[in-house]
Write a protein that binds this ligand. Sequence first.
Ligand SMILES: Cc1cc2nc3c(=O)[nH]c(=O)nc-3n(C[C@H](O)[C@H](O)[C@H](O)COP(=O)(O)OP(=O)(O)OC[C@H]3O[C@@H](n4cnc5c(N)ncnc54)[C@H](O)[C@@H]3O)c2cc1C
Length: 198
Amino acid sequence: MKITERTRIRNHPERAVPEETKEILSQGMVAHLSFIQDGVPFVIPFSYHYNAKTPDLIYLHGSVRSRALKHMASGAPVCITVTLTDGLVYSRKAMNHSMNYRCATVFGVAREITDETEKFDLFDKMVQRCFPDRTVGTDYNPPVSGDLGATALVEVRIAEWSAKARRENPTGPDDDKPDALDKALDLVAGDSEFGKGL
Ligand SMILES: Cc1cc2nc3c(=O)[nH]c(=O)nc-3n(C[C@H](O)[C@H](O)[C@H](O)COP(=O)(O)OP(=O)(O)OC[C@H]3O[C@@H](n4cnc5c(N)ncnc54)[C@H](O)[C@@H]3O)c2cc1C
């Protein structure tokens, strides 16, 4: 997917990892959906389905009464972010405490899927993605028609995406001097939690 002015990472551009977008979306569990309704911005968390074999499609589901899903089904533009928190970064300087992460942001437009066969298939894949050790018909019963009717399924066609990753050690001025602050705080080696980059 091409990088556009909207998806170009300006702050720490060296952390741009567009080639990892599919992997991040495949590994994530929670998608934060943002949209504007009546001029008011909303961000709502959802579970979601994604398959790297159809990389430009992401699926959300929920109650047919869901305000967010109804809004999406109307064809409104949406933005979705998926974040993987990989670790906490300890520093000797307050400002340099940080987190290592991988994160993908996608922009697109949604449509509702109403065909029951398509819904059944996608809901099955959705369960398989989050619960890969479970088998329909053995570990749980397949959905009945009433369940499918009560659950809205929305497909977002991704038009643009970006991905960013921080995977560094702490970057504070003293983080490469393991003894300085330990001595100041009368710590002995091994006592200190400082400078630990997870
Ligand atoms: C990890 C996670 C996964 C979820 N997965 C799904 C899913 O797959 N499908 C699904 O339908 N719902 C899911 N939910 C619930 C979802 O976040 C919404 O609460 C729900 O979809 C209702 O959406 P709505 O637009 O109709 O909310 P409304 O009830 O219309 O929202 C009204 C207001 O309620 C508040 N609100 C709504 N949801 C939340 C929330 N989660 N936390 C705090 N405040 C909130 C906001 O201020 C919002 O403006 C999930 C929630 C979490 C935390």
